[in-house]
Design a protein around this ligand. Sequence first.
Ligand SMILES: Nc1ncnc2c1ncn2[C@@H]1O[C@H](COP(=O)(O)OP(=O)(O)OP(=O)(O)O)[C@@H](O)[C@H]1O
Ligand SMILES: [Mg+2]
Length: 405
Amino acid sequence: MSSAFLITFIVVVIVIVIMIVALFCDFVKWICCQEGQSTTDDQTQTITIYAQTVERFLDDMAKEKPIRFSPQQLESFTGKYSRKLGSGGFGIVYKGKYPNGVELAVKVLNSSATEEVKEQFMAEVRTIGRTYHKNLVRLYGFCFDANLKALVYEYMENGSLDSILFYKNKSIEWEKLHKIAIGAAKGLEYLHHSCEDIIIHYDIKPGNVLLDSNFSAKVADFGLAKLCDRDRTHVTMSGGRGTPGYAAPELWMPFPITYKCDVYSYGMMLFEIALGKKNLDITMSESQQWLPIRVWEKLERGELCDFMGFNGVKDEDITKASLLCTVALWCVQYFPEARPSMIRVVQMLEGSVEVTTPPNPFQHLISSGIGLAVCSQTTEGTSENSYKDSTHIMKKYEIELAISS
Ligand SMILES: Nc1ncnc2c1ncn2[C@@H]1O[C@H](COP(=O)(O)OP(=O)(O)OP(=O)(O)O)[C@@H](O)[C@H]1O
Ligand SMILES: [Mg+2]
């Protein structure tokens, strides 16, 4: 055998051995992978999904984009819906926690009224997804599934303003209430004047102003909001919206609707913040039932400050409380054009512009010439006599609506 042949034979043998060893290593590696995967398959998948979701959650939060969750995820975040926070016209709200520890409020929407719910759902997701301000409740995400429709919000530790205003066991210093009024006004100001498209809320009321751990106010629930072009200031409405007692006259009459309907509702809420009572109290005698009229009567007689005093407001706060009432009277003007913008409202509340005496917001009741049986306890003066004739309208459009809620 020649030496050349021997060398070639040895080289071929070495190459074959190397190839066999390499193939064997690959094979061993593949076996290991397969074994590892089969033993931890579920776990790995879950971790991967969570890691991806957390990553996307943070990413989407940074991009201010709502994230879509699955029903299984929401069930896990809420501990199988074990902690109910409250309920409203559109569903039940539960407390939850995200895997990264962030607390959540999950609003599960009633599925029965499908079309209505769908409309509200879509409007809310789209609207809030584009909106970010420190006085607005943040929408983290949503679930849209055949069996579950839900919205996932930032959790607000101190619940809603109505529980503080109307349930006496939850008292709060008046100064904080003043700040809450300004915070809610700034949230609305942002919706009306700083978004790409004007956002009308349609349902401003104490139940839709939520409070965080520092009692900072955030406006919640854009479910009834509707986007409209800045150029088109009027929105056509197919049905009645808002909550009786807070809804502006143009919402239940065939008049054009603008963002000023929120200013009206804000004004109604402002009376309640300043005086700590509901704007309509049907347990009172008829003349005392509707707070705004009583406030106006007191203002006309120059007795607004005295009127504030009996309601537990400290002396030093009485001037501020009467300022809030005067601003509220501006906000509830019958004609939308006569109401200030929310920019102006914030300036008035913060004291950066002078607050003049508003015109009579109830003049239309007098001009209509329809009789008024709201018998005021006092019998003198023009204002009491003027209102005497307007019960019919009050009942038809405002008080009756509120009672029927
Ligand atoms: N993000 C949140 N954080 C903490 N609690 C919340 C949150 N959202 C809602 N809640 C609680 O759930 C309750 C019900 O809220 P929901 O919005 O369903 O009803 P509502 O505001 O009373 O009426 P509406 O359906 O007209 O908005 C609130 O009063 C509040 O106590
Ligand atoms: Mg609400």
